[in-house]
Design a protein around this ligand. Sequence first.
Ligand code: SF4
Length: 314
Amino acid sequence: MVERVHLPIAGEPPAPRRRHPEWIRATLPTKPAFFELRAMVKELQLHTVCESASCPNIGECWTRRALTIMILGDICTRSCRFCDVTTGRPLPVDPDEPRRVAEMLARLDLEHTVITCVDRDDLADFGAAHWAETIQRVKAASPRMTLEILAGDFKGKTELVDIVLAADPDVFAHNLETVPRLSREVRVQASYPRSYKILEHARARGAVTKTGLMLGLGEELDEVRAVIRELAGLGVDILTLGQYLAPSKSHLPITRYVHPTEFAELEAFALEAGITHVVAGPLVRSSYHADGQAKLVRDLRAAKGLAPVSAPGA
Ligand code: SF4
């Protein structure tokens, strides 16, 4: 089990470490760049999944200004049993949020970023219009940055996915999270077939697609390989595989720690199966090291005949 990541204030001594396998080593957030980024997030009244989900990589990622902004508030209408984001009744959607997201990302002048959201099953369009406006504003303010969005399942309504895709995110990501057998237990209000349908639809629309799985929730490796084969057959472009780390004792327990060599074997298997880009490892999350994938995303868009994104300095 892994404790929530404690975010220190400047000058505070680091919190004591818990014992994990030797291959799980999170970088503590101690560098000035981390505190500068956190101050900017606070100033613009934004939310990040890095903080809300207590991501263990926040020290590493934020030190190089890689963050994942979370839109549509910080209260989720769903109660996935792996996730540390607060479940409850969300506040009304903030119509100014897309402008502030765009301002933040323009200030950071990034090559690539990921934006995600809480699930908003309370909204008639599950947040699709807000997503579209956010994407449009971000792309207008940062035309040389590639933008990846990690969206929910829109309850399987593909016409809502089309609203989001029409805003032309450079990568459309939606996480399967786990194998079909465990999906209901882990994700509660979601389902594997519905998520698969969303990916299939985005793929059919010609988008660059990405998904992710967590390991250590009770899945068998053969089940993971079966999902990988299915994703390769679907033509999903990018896959992440990471270790599930329970945020607290009230979340699902970790059934096992997957050794780095197993991650390496699964990565090789997925590449062999035909997935273009695979990131696998104990600390991998959907957005982990995505900030280094701007060229990959440009190449994938070019291969699909999608409109190019100007490279920085071009
Ligand atoms: S891995 Fe993703 S969610 Fe975690 S700190 Fe990095 S950018 Fe944020």
